[in-house]
Write a protein that binds this ligand. Structure first.
Ligand code: BES
Ligand code: MN
Ligand code: ZN
Length: 495
């Protein structure tokens, strides 16, 4: 789905011919307060705006959106006050992003609005607006509310080169996040390995990346036992997609790997029926790395990026792999399958080995890998594992962009829990404790020790099954696209 038109304006916000004006509020000791940038709006209300907001029950809290008819006090007929919560010193970018998102959700059905949040943080206001207005309507046959059509972003000078650069980068990032959401939200009867591969290749070629797709015949020829094992139960055979952004004189080489299970029934170790439909999101890691590789090309980042993306559908059938099977992975490691529902790590193992063959300086994988991630960290906090230094760098960047990943350990003692009675390793431990870490330890077996590696478990954060909040609606969230994009940008500048 496309994002609203975003444009810079330095005209007076009180005189703009728009349907609504957005202002930010924050929680003060005595009720809501207007954020800096709202002064002229308050003046147009003869200084009565905060009183009016308080009367309507506003407190300036996060996710609070209050609408006031302006009765001619300003030219927009509607004023939308969106809360940032408690502001220490300066509002954080994430506070602005969320408040912009909440306002933009509340503006669905509106064709044109203007915001003052961009005076505080242009990029955050732009991203939050674009992401908050997202709605996945591709499968509705009846028209509902149109999402917000256009947001004018108030800035001191609309011609300012830095402002224009910030806006175009924010637009590129928001379009990537929404592209990932679209892939995640597309139902599994339409998004299966071959169709997902086609969509990835189409997007990548349009941005000038080199592409390669291994189909089931090629996968067999090269010994991708993990991908073939997991994908074997479906009539829709698996794929391995490779996307390559190769700029001249790159600063570093980064490998990206993402779990692309287009639907996860659990296979023969089948999942319960309740909520199984949510497993349409089990390719969110793959979606994130595909759009990030494409974004690297769009932004012209001086970093070589190679995405290696395994895609498979995990179904039970007469051709499905079984508990007890031993798979020979790409590169020769053997894995005893004790549970066919621990399938993500099997397709990732193949992909990690392939990705490492390119000798990258950094390797990042991301996956909706474990229910244990959701138990440990909840639905909004990705778990970040890997080699300590790079893990901490990725975690810090994830915090900065507001995706809020948290570093988790890979304790060595968990490795023996994965000992197999007949193969090199088993795909699950004999107990469920520390399941997120055990999955990470399994993956670490397939990553060479000399590569800086980060593994992001996004089982909870990739898909919102709760109420909308901030710039996050229901369904696919696009996490961790903004983290990956910021890590690549950081590597482009610091190496
Ligand atoms: N795709 C699931 C993990 C998942 C759970 C993602 C909830 C999003 C929300 C994964 O393939 C899975 O089934 N993991 C098992 C592993 C277990 C069998 C060791 C799990 O977490 O239960
Ligand atoms: Mn599973
Ligand atoms: Zn899965």
């Amino acid at each position: 789905m496309s994002i609203p038109t975003l444009r810079l304006t330095d005209a007076a916000v009180t005189a703009a011919t728009v349907d609504a004006l957005v202002v930010g509020t924050m929680s003060g000791d005595e009720g809501p307060q207007l954020l800096p940038g709202g002064e002229e709006v308050d003046a147009a209300f003869d200084g009565a705006l905060t009183g009016l907001l308080a009367l309507l029950g506003a407190r300036g809290k996060a996710d609070e959106v209050i609408k006031i008819p302006t009765g001619g006090a300003i030219s927009a007929p509607l004023l939308v006050a969106t809360g940032l919560g408690t502001v220490d010193d300066q509002p954080t970018s994430e506070q602005v992003r969320r408040a912009a998102g909440a306002a933009s959700r509340a503006l669905s059905g509106t064709s044109r609005a203007i915001t003052t949040l961009s005076r505080i943080d242009l990029a955050a206001a732009a991203e939050g607006t674009a992401l908050g207005s997202y709605a996945f309507t591709a499968y509705r046959s009846r028209n509902g509310d149109e999402p917000l059509g256009q947001m004018d972003l108030s800035v001191p000078s609309a011609g300012d080169a830095e402002a224009r650069r910030d806006l175009s980068r924010a637009i590129a990032i928001a379009e990537s996040v929404t592209a990932a959401r679209d892939l995640v939200n597309t139902p599994p009867n339409d998004l299966y390995p071959a169709s997902f591969a086609d969509r990835a290749v189409t997007m990548a070629q349009a941005a000038g990346l080199r592409t390669e797709v291994l189909d089931e015949v090629a996968l067999r020829g090269e010994g991708y036992g993990g991908i073939l094992g997991v994908g074997g139960g479906s009539s829709r055979p698996p794929r391995l997609v490779r996307l390559h952004h190769a700029p001249p004189a790159p600063r570093a080489k980064v490998a990206l790997v993402g779990k692309g299970v287009t639907f996860d029934t659990g296979g023969i170790s089948i999942k319960p029926a309740a909520k199984m439909e949510e497993m349409t999101m089990d390719m969110a890691g793959a979606a994130a790395v595909v759009v990030t590789a494409v974004l690297a090309a769009r932004l012209g980042l001086p970093v070589e990026v190679i995405a290696t993306v395994p895609m498979a559908e995990n179904l039970p059938s007469a051709t499905a792999y079984r508990p007890g099977d031993v798979l020979t992975m790409y590169g020769g490691t053997t894995v005893e399958v004790l549970n066919t529902d621990a399938e993500g790590r099997l397709i990732l193992a193949d992909a990690l080995v392939r990705a490492a063959q390119d000798a990258p300086d950094y390797l990042i994988d991301t996956a909706t890998l474990t229910g244990a991630q959701v138990i440990a960290l909840g639905s909004r906090t990705p778990g970040v594992m890997g080699t300590p230094e790079f893990r901490d760098r990725v975690t810090a960047i994830s915090q900065e962009v507001g995706e809020n990943g948290w570093a988790m350990p890979l304790p060595e003692h968990l490795r023996s829990d994965l000992d197999s009675k007949l193969a090199d390793i088993a795909n699950v431990a004999s107990h469920r404790w520390g399941g997120m870490l055990a999955a990470g330890v399994f993956l670490s077996e397939f990553v060479p020790d000399d590569i800086a590696w980060a593994h992001l478990d996004i089982a909870g954060p990739a898909y919102n099954t709760g109420s909308p909040w901030g710039y996050t609606g229901k369904g696919g969230t696009g996490v961790p696209v903004r983290t990956l994009a910021a890590v690549l940008t950081d590597i482009a500048t610091r190496g």
